[in-house]
Design a protein around this ligand. Structure first.
Ligand SMILES: NC(=O)c1ccc[n+]([C@@H]2O[C@H](COP(=O)([O-])OP(=O)(O)OC[C@H]3O[C@@H](n4cnc5c(N)ncnc54)[C@H](OP(=O)(O)O)[C@@H]3O)[C@@H](O)[C@H]2O)c1
Length: 284
């Protein structure tokens, strides 16, 4: 336990100040803050997911003013250490999922890109890289991106039934597995497929905000990993890490329990790990 009584799994935690610090007080406070550069996400022990779906992690990086994009991509929001943490979370995953908007804007892969992380996966009887997955309603996907052309990871395309037959065929001709979802229950049927057909125990969702918004709204996120970047983006309205189509209401709120918080004194980033407090009615 740390000062504010927050249980911590892998590192000592940081607690938010409830007042402004004078300099002397800040020095005392700084001594309380762990000087870890990063948490160790690669060795986290995760529980099994509920019946019928994997355990679901969501990972995002956000600016200090709550923005998830700069000029339509997440590039520039996080440091190399943030990227390293993303790959450590991939090490835990059987499947890494993005929404089609993220694939179109930034590309997508599931590579861990590190021999030590690959060895960790091998020790857990996992392939070097998790399966990559994308969810799309339109089927309008950039078939020239690494997600479709790479041969060092498997990939699956989840399509809603509203995608046209032409798009479905074009994607399938590319060689990646295409799974058509149940239109009335698309997210739950995708997670059932991952659990049942891909034998996925852990799903890592890497955004984007719209996909996150749907998963949170449905109570389908178990843990939320957030890097708080050391910059203010400014400008007009833009995407936040979790975005819905409708204005927020008290019904759209998901409670969180802080599991760990590590401050990186070199990058001034804060690495946060939360567990969600599920609304029982929202389980698939
Ligand atoms: N800060 C970060 O950590 C971070 C992380 C990831 C992405 N990003 C940024 O976020 C932006 C993209 O986010 P976004 O919110 O626009 O898009 P997104 O969440 O990546 O993808 C949304 C798309 O996913 C598909 N989709 C979502 N729910 C679906 C469902 N239930 N059934 C079928 N298809 C479904 C639809 O694809 P179709 O349009 O094909 O129908 C939808 O338009 C990019 O700028 C990216 O750089 C930031």
């Amino acid at each position: 336990m740390c000062a504010a009584g927050i249980a911590v799994s892998e590192r000592p935690c940081w607690t938010a100040p409830d007042h402004e610090f004078p300099v002397a007080e800040r020095r005392r406070y700084d001594r309380r803050v762990p000087e870890a550069t990063k948490p160790d996400y690669a060795s986290l022990q995760l529980p099994a997911g509920p019946p019928g779906r994997p355990y679901v992690l969501t990972n995002m990086v956000m600016s200090a003013d709550g923005r998830a994009v700069i000029e339509d991509t997440e590039h520039g929001l996080g440091s190399d250490i943030d990227q390293r943490l993303m790959r450590e979370l991939r090490t835990l995953a059987d499947v890494v999922l993005v929404g089609a908007g993220t694939l179109r804007a930034s590309g997508a892969s599931s590579r861990v890109r590190d021999a030590d992380l690959e060895r960790l996966r091998a020790a857990r009887q996992q392939p070097p890289n998790p399966i990559a997955a994308v969810l799309s309603g339109s089927g309008d996907l950039p078939l020239d991106r690494a997600f479709f052309t790479a041969d060092d990871f498997e990939a699956v395309v989840y399509l809603s039934p509203r995608a046209t037959a032409e798009r479905r065929q074009a994607i399938a001709a590319n060689g990646r597995r295409v799974v058509t979802l149940d239109g009335d229950d698309d997210l739950a049927s995708m997670l059932r497929h991952m659990r049942g057909e891909l034998d996925a125990g852990v799903l890592l969702v890497e955004g984007g905000p719209s996909l996150n918004g749907e998963l949170f709204a449905r109570g389908l996120v178990d843990e939320y990993f957030l890097t708080l970047g050391s910059l203010v983006v400014g400008g007009g309205p833009t995407l936040t890490p979790v975005q819905g189509a409708q204005p927020p209401t008290s019904d759209s709120v998901t409670g969180l329990e802080l599991m760990s918080a590590v401050r990186n004194p070199e990058t001034s980033e804060l690495y946060l790990r939360y567990r969600t407090r599920h609304r029982s009615a929202a389980r698939p």
